[in-house]
Design a protein around this ligand. Structure first.
Ligand code: AMP
Length: 284
């Protein structure tokens, strides 16, 4: 378990990548404050490539003006240890002024799949995500890049931009890692008080309830939404959105049909903390 290399500039990354010619490289982009969800992506990267790299960058362009950019949790020292334990050989930790130097003016906009859900609730969010991920994929030119299903809409945006811009990276989506009681792991869970942490279970409970109803033959989406909302109400969570969508186009559904891949997606506030979660919904 050796300490990973730390790269601060794109030149350092480019020089390292050039020196590894011929080796398969995996990249795991993150915003740090790493947990088992992130480490699962890194370990899977190690199964799919010879060298696993990661980035830790709290990307300012994906935060709205009233969001948590300035207080987003950070632990660079601990993160490097966690990266080492997951077999990561190098971590890119650039400064915002290096990623977006003065005069910067190029952004990537993925049109349709960035709309609705977090795209509507967090204007500009996916433009920031798509821009930084495109820059990372162009810089590392990895064979494979791994992302979590936890951020389902983000995964669809990245899959789309990789195809549309012909970047040729294998984009791998990994299942959401949950705490033993079902809460999706998230760096933002660290904002929760003990009471909020307990109540946060309403999101996953609602999604599992809807999944079970669908598996039992319920095709009326309004009934599935009601089941999710009942769990949110039971824990006094404030809904930001609750939707059942086609899993890849993210178009809203009103009825489930047999064989259709659908996804239940929730965003809700526990106090001032905004949490998201999602789950596969399939008609049984
Ligand atoms: P973040 O640091 O929150 O930007 O996340 C970095 C990557 O880790 C993204 O691809 C996320 O979808 C993924 N990720 C975050 N939480 C989880 C989780 N609980 N399970 C699996 N992947 C996750």
């Amino acid at each position: 378990m050796s300490t990973p290399l730390v790269w601060k500039t794109p030149e350092e990354v480019r020089a390292w990548v050039a020196s590894q010619r011929g080796k398969r490289i995996a990249l795991v982009p993150t915003m740090g404050f790493l947990h088992d969800g992130h480490l699962t992506l890194m370990r899977e990267g190690g199964r799919r490539a010879e060298l696993v790299t990661a980035s830790i960058f709290v990307n300012p362009t994906q935060f709205g003006p009233k969001e948590d950019l300035s207080r987003y949790p950070r632990d660079p020292e601990g993160d490097l240890k966690r990266c080492a334990s997951a077999g990561v050989v190098g971590v890119y930790m650039p400064e915002p002024s290096s990623v977006y130097p003065s005069g910067y003016q190029t952004y990537v906009n993925v049109e349709e799949v960035s709309q609705g859900l977090d795209g509507d609730k967090r204007p500009g969010h996916f433009r920031g995500v798509a821009t930084v991920v495109t820059k990372l994929l162009a810089l590392f030119r990895p064979d494979v890049a791994l992302f979590g299903e936890k951020d389902w809409q983000q995964l669809q945006v990245i899959t789309r931009l990789n195809a549309d811009l012909e970047l040729g990276v294998e984009i791998v989506g990994m299942p959401t890692i949950r705490e033993s009681d079902g809460l999706a792991m998230s760096s933002r869970n660290s904002y929760l008080s003990a009471d909020e942490r307990k109540r946060a279970l309403g999101l996953s409970r609602g999604l599992f309830a809807a999944q079970k109803l669908a598996a039992g033959g319920e095709k009326d989406v309004s009934k599935l939404l009601a089941a999710i909302r009942a769990e949110l109400a039971a824990v006094n969570a404030r809904e930001d959105y609750v939707e059942i969508c086609d899993a890849s186009s993210l178009k809203t559904l009103s009825t489930l049909s047999p064989g259709q891949r659908a996804r239940g997606l929730v965003a809700a506030f526990m106090g001032s903390t905004r949490l998201i979660d999602n789950l596969a919904i399939e008609l049984g």
